[in-house]
Every structure is written in structure tokens, then in C-alpha cells.
Ligand binder design. Structure first.
Ligand SMILES: Cc1cc2nc3c(=O)[nH]c(=O)nc-3n(C[C@H](O)[C@H](O)[C@H](O)COP(=O)(O)OP(=O)(O)OC[C@H]3O[C@@H](n4cnc5c(N)ncnc54)[C@H](O)[C@@H]3O)c2cc1C
Length: 366
């Protein structure tokens, strides 16, 4: 069975890897390069049970376990390491808690850690670019092919019911099954098949060279920025860098993933807040400014499964803030669905694309 995967982010890479393990003939078509978008610029933070009580719970737990297994299985190093996590805030100038001793040696005074929210058993991190690239390379080593090109359409047989291939400009790559895994750009596929609405939420981040002084503690903080409370996340990585990000809204994104540049306002907010967190977050320690868009759906749950009424077309996107965490179990379950017709472990029913109205039906109703 030949499967063409559209998109070489973490979801496309993990799907390719698990399909290859089932003996699938896999081609990944990626517009820029593997991990070019959010999958290369995310925090890479992983949590075992932060989705407890939601439909994502089983997917997250299975994925967390796969993340721990994959370094040995694939034999690579992408900075997987268990870590502790804390919530807290940056105390205002007139808050007496500013005078308390620093919570961790590398933090500035005034950063207050209120609660431990993750332990080395329940939270961890990967470097997302290295992880996605390593999984893609593991798929290539098992016979998958990665082609750089922009998917522009889907070919079907004469009666329109069976998929024949993927259009990449004027050429066609033949396929028995197609997986749409283009992150927020999966929205473009709504021109080819019926899909629910998909959008992208902007996040900006800065990567600092912080050396070995920073402990393996992830921080989820609130900080005031000109009278507005900004949620800020700090992820020290195994390679001696620390990733800092803030969520600031904005949902429009360019049609070309390569055209996503660091967004100036969000980047400045991250920099100004970071400088209050640690003396290590100095401008001369900045090694990357980044922005990216996480794919989202109307109900906040991913779309994973068959696209209704389009035989042989599958989708895997909309993973929002947990795409790096949930990619391995998504790839594993989708590969089972495509090759065996059903999943064996995680039940994909909550993520069935059929649960949401297709975009064209929503637009017609307005
Ligand atoms: C700031 C930020 C921090 C985050 N932190 C975390 C975190 O700590 N933990 C976590 O679990 N998740 C995190 N996420 C979420 C995670 O990054 C995403 O959910 C995940 O990367 C989505 O992966 P994807 O493969 O679906 O999409 P993408 O990474 O967007 O990949 C889609 C790919 O499709 C390609 N493409 C687009 N159009 C075409 C086309 N026409 N033809 C061919 N290819 C095409 C693109 O070039 C791209 O490479 C974060 C996201 C952001 C923005």
C-alpha cells in the first residue's frame, strides 16, 4: 500500500515512521523542509497526565510512554529528559514577596514559584526540531521517501470516490491513501475535500544560550506587561539552551510556511518579560528569535482519522498546544487505522473529523 503524507512536521514524521514499521510504502511531501514550522520551533514540553479528564487523556498517556521509549528504539539523541515543572508569577515592584530568596539559583529575585505541578515521572522535554528530524530520518532509513514540494490538490478516479494520488504542481504522485498533515495549512485542503475549520494561533519564542547553570525545571509563570497578565513558559533544554515563549493571540498566517518570520511585538514582549526572570536572559545570550502557528480546531481537539465521504483520504492535525507530546501516539494509531482498518490501542473516536461540520456547510448556513 502506497501512502502519501502531505506535510513533514512532527505529525507527518511520526505517521511516516509508524507506517514504515507496518511495511507501508511511504512518501512524505513537504513544502519547505522537515520540521520547518511549529514542529521545529515549539517548546517540546511533555506531560503525562495534564490532559486527564479530557478526551485527550489516553492519547497523551500513550504518547508520553512512546517518547520515553523512542530514544532507545531509534537510537538518537534529541535531548529527551525528564524534568520538574512549577507554576508561579513575577511579583510586582511593591509586592513584599520580591524580597524572598530566589526560588532557584538561576532565577532573579521576585520570581515566585507557588506550586510544583510536574515531577520527573510525569513531565519531560524534547528538542522538537531534533526530535522531528530524527523520527523522519528513522522513517527514511526504513524506506520512506521525503520529497520537497508543495501539495496543490488530490486526484481521484472517474467517479470521484477513490483516491489516485497527490498533485504537486503539474506532477502527480500516485497513492492508495493520503494523509493531510500540513498543520494549520491543512486548511488549504478544504478546497479538495470536505474539512472542518482549522486555524493557527501564533506563539513567539526566544532561545537563550544559558550553558549548564540552569536546572531541569520548567516554569509556567504569569507576569504583568503594561497592566496585562501575560502567561510565560520557560523550558531549559538538555543542550544548554533555554526556550522562553508567550501566547499572544493573532490568528492570520501566510500561505507559505517559509514566510513565517519572527513577529516583532510578541518577540519584544517575550524579551522584556524574560529579562525580569533571570540575569542569564541577556540580549547577548539570544541565539534564536522564532514565531510559529499551532494548528487548532473549533472544539480544541485534533482531527485524526478518515475524511468522511472521501475514500482513502485521512487527516491528522489540530493538535494545538500538545502536538509534540501527542505526535507519536497519533502516528501509531493512524498507521494502524490505515493499514489494518482499525486502531488497536488508543481509540480515535473523539478525534473523528466527522464530529464537526465541514467548512463549506458552515459557510453556506451563514
Ligand atoms: C510557540 C509554540 C510552542 C509550543 N510548545 C509546545 C510544547 O511545549 N509541547 C507540545 O506538545 N506542543 C507544543 N506546541 C504545539 C506543536 O508545536 C504543534 O501542535 C505541532 O508542531 C503541530 O505539528 P504539525 O505536524 O501538525 O504541523 P506543522 O509543524 O505546522 O507542520 C506542517 C508542515 O506542513 C508543511 N506544509 C504546509 N503546506 C504544505 C503543502 N501545501 N505541501 C506540502 N507541505 C506543506 C509545512 O511546511 C510544515 O512543515 C507549541 C506550538 C507553538 C506555536
Amino acid at each position: 500500500m502506497r501512502v502519501v503524507i502531505c506535510g513533514g512536521g512532527v505529525i507527518g514524521a511520526c505517521t511516516a515512521y509508524f507506517l514504515c514499521r507496518h511495511g507501508g510504502d511511504v512518501v512524505v511531501v513537504e513544502r519547505v523542509e522537515a520540521a520547518a514550522a511549529a514542529s521545529g520551533k515549539a517548546g517540546g514540553f511533555l506531560a503525562r497526565d495534564w490532559c486527564a479528564g479530557t478526551p485527550l487523556d489516553a492519547l497523551a498517556r500513550r504518547s508520553f510512554a512512546l517518547h520515553a521509549q523512542l530514544p532507545e528504539e531509534i537510537g538518537g539523541d534529541w535531548g529527551y529528559r525528564p524534568m520538574t515543572a512549577h507554576s508561579g508569577f513575577v511579583a510586582a515592584d511593591d509586592d513584599p514577596r520580591r524580597d524572598a530568596p530566589t526560588a532557584l539559583g538561576w532565577l532573579s529575585k521576585g520570581v515566585v514559584l507557588e506550586q510544583r505541578i510536574g515531577t520527573k515521572e510525569t513531565t519531560a522535554i524534547v528538542h522538537p526540531y531534533k526530535f522531528t528530524s530524527a523520527v523522519m530520518n528513522a522513517a527514511l532509513a526504513q524506506g520512506a521517501e521525503l520529497r520537497v514540494g508543495c501539495v496543490t490538490g488530490i486526484r481521484r478516479d472517474a467517479d470521484g470516490t477513490t483516491v489516485k494520488g497527490v498533485e504537486v504542481g503539474k506532477s502527480v504522485i500516485e497513492a492508495d491513501a493520503i494523509v493531510i498533515a500540513m498543520g494549520p495549512w491543512s486548511l488549504l485542503a478544504a478546497q479538495w475535500v470536505n474539512l472542518p475549520a482549522i486555524n493557527g494561533q501564533l506563539g513567539s519564542s526566544i532561545v537563550y544560550d544559558t550553558g549548564t547553570e540552569v536546572s531541569a525545571d520548567a516554569l509556567f509563570l504569569e507576569s504583568d506587561f503594561h497592566g496585562t497578565s501575560v502567561p510565560i513558559e520557560v523550558f531549559p533544554r538538555a543542550d544548554g539552551t533555554t526556550y522562553v515563549t508567550a501566547v499572544l493571540g493573532n490568528t492570520s498566517f501566510p500561505t507559505d510556511p517559509a514566510a513565517v518570520d519572527p513577529e516583532p511585538y510578541g518577540s519584544k514582549v517575550v524579551q522584556m518579560v524574560s529579562e525580569r526572570l533571570s540575569p542569564l536572559f541577556r540580549p547577548e545570550n539570544i541565539i534564536a528569535w522564532q514565531s510559529c502557528f499551532r494548528p487548532r480546531t473549533e472544539d480544541g481537539l485534533p482531527l485524526i482519522g478518515r475524511v468522511p465521504n472521501h475514500g482513502g483520504v485521512y487527516i491528522a492535525t489540530g493538535h494545538d498546544v500538545w502536538g509534540i507530546l501527542n505526535a507519536p501516539a497519533t502516528g501509531e494509531a493512524l498507521a494502524q487505522l490505515i493499514v489494518m482498518g482499525a486502531t488497536r490501542g488508543v481509540d480515535l473516536t473523539p478525534f473523528d473529523p466527522a464530529r464537526l461540520s465541514p467548512m463549506d456547510a458552515v459557510l453556506q448556513a451563514r
